[in-house]
Design a protein around this ligand. Structure first.
Ligand code: SF4
Length: 106
Protein backbone atom coordinates (compact mmCIF):
# COMPACT_ATOMS: atom_id res chain seq x y z
CA UNK A 1 0.00 0.00 0.00
CA UNK A 2 1.23 3.44 -0.91
CA UNK A 3 1.66 5.90 1.92
CA UNK A 4 -0.03 9.28 1.47
CA UNK A 5 2.35 12.15 1.05
CA UNK A 6 -0.19 14.85 1.86
CA UNK A 7 0.44 16.83 4.98
CA UNK A 8 -2.37 17.47 7.43
CA UNK A 9 -2.47 21.11 6.28
CA UNK A 10 -2.79 20.11 2.62
CA UNK A 11 -5.59 17.66 3.43
CA UNK A 12 -7.45 20.31 5.43
CA UNK A 13 -7.03 22.79 2.57
CA UNK A 14 -8.37 20.32 0.01
CA UNK A 15 -11.33 19.43 2.26
CA UNK A 16 -12.23 23.09 2.66
CA UNK A 17 -11.87 23.61 -1.08
CA UNK A 18 -14.31 20.77 -1.78
CA UNK A 19 -16.74 22.11 0.85
CA UNK A 20 -16.75 25.53 -0.82
CA UNK A 21 -17.27 24.04 -4.29
CA UNK A 22 -20.03 21.78 -2.95
CA UNK A 23 -21.92 24.73 -1.51
CA UNK A 24 -21.70 26.83 -4.72
CA UNK A 25 -25.17 25.86 -6.03
CA UNK A 26 -26.70 26.98 -2.73
CA UNK A 27 -24.74 30.23 -2.78
CA UNK A 28 -25.61 30.90 -6.44
CA UNK A 29 -29.28 30.20 -5.76
CA UNK A 30 -29.22 32.68 -2.89
CA UNK A 31 -27.73 35.29 -5.23
CA UNK A 32 -30.54 34.67 -7.74
CA UNK A 33 -33.23 35.74 -5.30
CA UNK A 34 -34.96 38.79 -6.73
CA UNK A 35 -34.60 42.17 -5.05
CA UNK A 36 -38.18 42.94 -6.00
CA UNK A 37 -41.23 40.81 -6.64
CA UNK A 38 -43.78 40.75 -9.43
CA UNK A 39 -46.65 39.05 -7.67
CA UNK A 40 -49.28 41.82 -7.43
CA UNK A 41 -52.01 40.27 -9.56
CA UNK A 42 -54.80 42.43 -8.16
CA UNK A 43 -55.48 43.95 -11.61
CA UNK A 44 -55.39 40.62 -13.46
CA UNK A 45 -58.70 39.13 -14.53
CA UNK A 46 -59.85 35.70 -13.44
CA UNK A 47 -59.17 33.98 -16.78
CA UNK A 48 -55.73 35.53 -17.14
CA UNK A 49 -54.95 34.61 -13.56
CA UNK A 50 -55.92 31.02 -14.29
CA UNK A 51 -53.56 31.00 -17.28
CA UNK A 52 -50.76 32.51 -15.18
CA UNK A 53 -51.29 29.77 -12.63
CA UNK A 54 -51.62 27.00 -15.22
CA UNK A 55 -48.32 28.03 -16.81
CA UNK A 56 -46.76 28.03 -13.32
CA UNK A 57 -45.32 31.54 -13.56
CA UNK A 58 -42.71 32.25 -10.88
CA UNK A 59 -40.42 35.19 -10.12
CA UNK A 60 -37.25 33.07 -10.14
CA UNK A 61 -36.49 30.72 -12.99
CA UNK A 62 -35.52 27.22 -11.86
CA UNK A 63 -33.29 27.09 -14.96
CA UNK A 64 -31.17 30.14 -14.14
CA UNK A 65 -30.83 33.46 -15.88
CA UNK A 66 -30.13 31.90 -19.30
CA UNK A 67 -33.67 30.55 -19.42
CA UNK A 68 -35.66 33.33 -17.80
CA UNK A 69 -38.29 35.84 -18.88
CA UNK A 70 -35.67 38.40 -19.91
CA UNK A 71 -34.51 35.92 -22.56
CA UNK A 72 -37.99 34.89 -23.65
CA UNK A 73 -39.53 36.00 -26.92
CA UNK A 74 -42.77 36.99 -25.14
CA UNK A 75 -41.11 39.35 -22.63
CA UNK A 76 -41.31 43.14 -22.75
CA UNK A 77 -38.87 44.76 -20.33
CA UNK A 78 -40.00 47.36 -17.83
CA UNK A 79 -37.87 50.10 -16.32
CA UNK A 80 -34.55 49.11 -14.78
CA UNK A 81 -35.11 46.98 -11.66
CA UNK A 82 -38.85 46.84 -12.27
CA UNK A 83 -41.34 44.27 -13.44
CA UNK A 84 -41.87 43.89 -17.15
CA UNK A 85 -44.74 42.49 -19.15
CA UNK A 86 -45.45 39.40 -21.19
CA UNK A 87 -47.59 39.17 -24.30
CA UNK A 88 -48.80 35.74 -23.12
CA UNK A 89 -49.02 35.92 -19.32
CA UNK A 90 -50.84 38.94 -17.88
CA UNK A 91 -49.70 40.80 -14.80
CA UNK A 92 -46.26 41.91 -13.64
CA UNK A 93 -43.41 39.73 -14.90
CA UNK A 94 -39.99 39.51 -13.31
CA UNK A 95 -36.99 39.57 -15.70
CA UNK A 96 -35.57 36.57 -13.79
CA UNK A 97 -38.94 34.79 -13.86
CA UNK A 98 -40.11 31.80 -15.79
CA UNK A 99 -43.20 29.92 -16.92
CA UNK A 100 -43.81 26.73 -18.88
CA UNK A 101 -44.29 28.65 -22.15
CA UNK A 102 -40.75 30.01 -22.20
CA UNK A 103 -39.46 30.39 -25.75
CA UNK A 104 -35.96 31.56 -26.66
CA UNK A 105 -35.70 35.00 -28.22
CA UNK A 106 -35.23 34.63 -31.91
S1 SF4 B 1 -43.99 33.39 -21.71
FE1 SF4 B 1 -43.48 32.81 -19.63
S2 SF4 B 1 -41.24 32.75 -19.62
FE2 SF4 B 1 -41.87 33.95 -21.40
S3 SF4 B 1 -41.89 36.09 -20.68
FE3 SF4 B 1 -43.95 35.27 -20.46
S4 SF4 B 1 -44.00 34.57 -18.34
FE4 SF4 B 1 -41.85 34.78 -18.87
Amino acid sequence: MRKSTLSRREMLGRTLHLAVIGSMPILLNACAKPEFHCQDVSSVGEGDLALRTALEYQDVSPHGEQKSCSNCSFYKAGDKDACGQCTLVRGPIHPLGYCNSWAAKG
